[in-house]
Design a protein around this ligand. Structure first.
Ligand code: ZN
Length: 673
């Protein structure tokens, strides 16, 4: 549950118009970061600085790992919804063969819908989880379908039409509403024909609660009913998604030939074994090897990892990120990691809940080379894995910040007018311009390297005791740890920041985002659902309420516009510390009721009036609330005479639609007849 630092975390930062003079690459100022814009989405591209400097062997390793990454795309599409792959094929067939007026309103609406579906890896919004609403007519769609040869129409045309046009059919990818049967009411394809109770009973029966090194039950399984019995369909060679997994394994095998060292080769081989057997024990062994491989420059994740999209938080969505260490920028996180014990020992939580010994917190800054599966096009900006609690406790975890992605966000957001609209105080705007990029990076480092790794459960406490609220509370814990320490003089002492005022820029942005600006991502009338957004709202609303008597944080209304005013930063830091103590207690003791009360009271419900105002002001700015990326294209360069690969070239020119169509054409092991 701790996991990947989801795209949401950067929230407002991405749209804050941060000045990144220090980061700007003046040698290549013509690099065009913005690729496409539609609906609520902006598509960017990112640079892969330093790739050229890698050895040919490392480039070959990355090349095969990126091929393996893109190859898993269809798995995620199918996990998201059982109609997704059929529908994508149909939409792409219509799109590429359409002979009518491509400027007509219907066709433009069709293109927008297809772009949305591509971006979300399916028919549901990647973030809100709501099904997309087509803005083209049913007649237009039926006409387009009728012009296709029968071989290019999906087998279940009725189901496809229904899922596109009936808003009441599969309306939500993941339903988290308390009280409902979360499996029956969720449209993901992780379960079929089973109720929440049946699944919970199934796992309760096979879970050995006395096992101190439990496997991650359900991580690589679809659960269905067969002959009246609940059974798992395992994702593996010979199992579910076999054609895709077999091809991934083939490419991993090629990558292994170029491994930088024996440890890395062992990691790849163990992953292959896991894919071949579906054994969750093999996955744990792989995770332990992966954590232990800290010496390689190239690294990757590839598999069923994060379970945010499973209503029960068990099954992993397929994803892959291939990356290599950014040696210069890693210094910052190394300093933080080296001091992990100091941070743990001084944290404002009950000593009973602290880790007496913080183990194996590694940290580095990486450069992403490819984003795939659930990390594409919308992507995390950090990674903290593995997720299994006992592996983290016994073997540590790896934590990274993906700085070429954060840099691309910041470059693209520069000067978008956001700060002028929402930050009335010129001095604060200046402080943000100066310190937001570095404090954002530090926040991410502290959240990932220390926050998730901190604290411990009391003996006998079930790691899943907080159930559906576990993700929100875990993210809150990590954020609070980061917020608390951002204001600590220790950061100055360690040379990580050069001003005792810098943290205020981050505090202001965080509260502004948690109370107001993140609401731009929510549709009118809807609740806050996503774990990271809930976490930010929880923290901000709680601090607002608890500090109300001392006016620590205030709303200020000027000319009908609401602003945030923070009057007492040191007190706000104390409040962050108090809430961290309480949430750590809740986690350590497995206090489900207290955790649920915090989430239900502070994190979910939206003030409709403020919400409307934020949406209006935001609409005026015309900034896309969601961003994602196209990948660069890696092309082997061969020697004309020998045919040998002598280099891997990086090309940044591919646009959004061509990339999506190329991926569907070249990397679709599950849809090839
Ligand atoms: Zn996190």
């Amino acid at each position: 549950m701790t996991a990947i630092l989801k795209k949401a975390l950067m929230g407002a930062a991405l749209s804050m118009g941060i000045t990144t003079t220090a980061m700007a690459d003046n040698n290549n100022s013509k690099f065009n970061y913005v690729v496409d814009r539609f609906a609520d989405v902006e598509v960017l591209r990112y640079k892969v600085p330093g790739f050229e400097d890698l050895s040919l062997k490392q480039k070959m390793l990355i090349y095969y790992l990126t091929e393996a990454a893109i190859t898993g795309r269809d798995i995620l599409w199918d996990q998201n919804n059982r109609y997704n792959l059929q529908l994508r094929q149909l939409l792409e067939n219509i799109y590429t063969s359409y002979s009518g007026d491509r400027n007509s309103a219907d066709f433009k609406a069709f293109e927008k819908y297809l772009k949305q579906v591509w971006f979300a890896n399916g028919i549901h919004h990647h973030y809100s989880m709501d099904k997309f609403t087509p803005e083209f007519s049913r007649e237009f769609f039926d006409k387009c379908v009728a012009t296709l040869p029968a071989s290019k129409r999906p087998a279940d045309m009725d189901g496809i039409s229904r899922v596109v046009f009936d808003p009441g059919f599969m309306p939500k990818k993941v339903n988290q509403a308390e009280g409902a049967d979360l499996i029956v009411t969720s449209a993901t394809n992780l379960y079929e024909g089973v109720t929440q109770k049946e699944v919970e009973d199934y796992y309760a029966a096979i879970k050995d609660t006395t096992d101190v090194t439990p496997v991650s039950y359900g991580l690589n399984a679809r659960v269905v009913k067969k002959d009246g019995k609940v059974v798992e369909q395992i994702y593996k060679i010979g199992g579910l998604y076999s054609p895709a997994i077999s091809r991934i394994v083939e490419l991993l095998g090629k990558a292994a030939e170029y491994a930088e060292n024996d440890k890395q080769r062992a990691v790849i081989e163990k992953l292959i074994e896991y894919y071949a057997t579906g054994s969750l024990k093999a996955f744990d062994d792989y995770s332990i090897l992966w954590v232990g491989d800290t010496g390689s420059q190239v690294d990757f994740i590839n598999g069923f990892i994060e379970s945010y999209d499973d209503p029960l938080g068990m099954t992993g969505n397929w994803e892959s990120i291939v990356n290599f260490k950014n040696l210069d920028a890693s210094h910052r996180t190394e300093v933080i990691s080296e001091n992990a014990q100091w941070f743990e020992s001084n944290s404002p939580v009950d000593p009973r809940f602290r880790k007496p010994e913080v183990k194996g917190v590694t940290a580095k800054v990486i450069t992403a080379a490819i984003l795939a599966g659930d990390s594409y096009p919308s992507t995390p900006i950090g990674i903290n894995l593995p997720n299994a609690n006992w592996i983290r406790a016994a073997h540590g975890s790896k934590s990274v910040t993906i700085e070429n992605i954060t840099q691309a966000y910041d470059e693209a957001a520069h000067g978008n007018g956001f700060n002028d609209e929402f930050v009335p105080d010129a001095a604060m705007r200046e402080l943000m311009d100066k310190y937001l990029f570095i404090t954002d990076n530090l926040h991410t480092d502290l959240h990932e390297c220390l926050g998730h790794a901190s604290g411990r459960l009391l003996p006998g406490v079930d790691p899943d005791a907080l159930k559906a609220h576990g993700s929100t509370l875990e993210e809150a814990r990590a954020d609070l740890f980061a917020l608390y320490y951002l204001a600590d003089p220790k950061l100055l002492e360690l040379g990580l920041i050069d001003s005792p005022e810098a943290y205020k820029a981050q505090y202001y942005k965080y509260i502004l985002n948690g109370l107001m600006t993140q609401l731009m991502r929510i549709e009118p009338g809807k609740d806050v659902e996503e774990a990271h957004m809930r976490n930010r709202k929880l923290i901000s609303e709680w601090a607002l309420e608890k500090g109300a008597a001392d006016k620590v944080i205030e709303y200020e209304v000027k000319d009908g516009k609401t602003y945030i005013k923070i009057n007492d930063y040191p007190r706000l830091r104390e409040l962050f510390g108090e809430l961290l103590g309480e949430i750590q207690r809740i986690k350590s003791e497995g206090d489900y009721e207290a955790g649920r009360d915090l989430v239900e009271r502070y994190a979910v419900k939206v003030d409709p009036k403020l919400h409307k105002e934020v949406l209006d002001r935001y609409a005026h700015l015309d900034i896309a609330p969601y961003k994602g990326f196209v990948n660069p294209v890696y092309k082997p360069v061969t020697d004309a005479k020998t045919g040998e690969i002598i280099d891997i070239a990086v090309d940044y020119t591919e646009e959004y639609i061509p990339q999506m169509l190329r991926y569907s054409h070249d990397y679709s092991p599950l849809t090839k007849e």
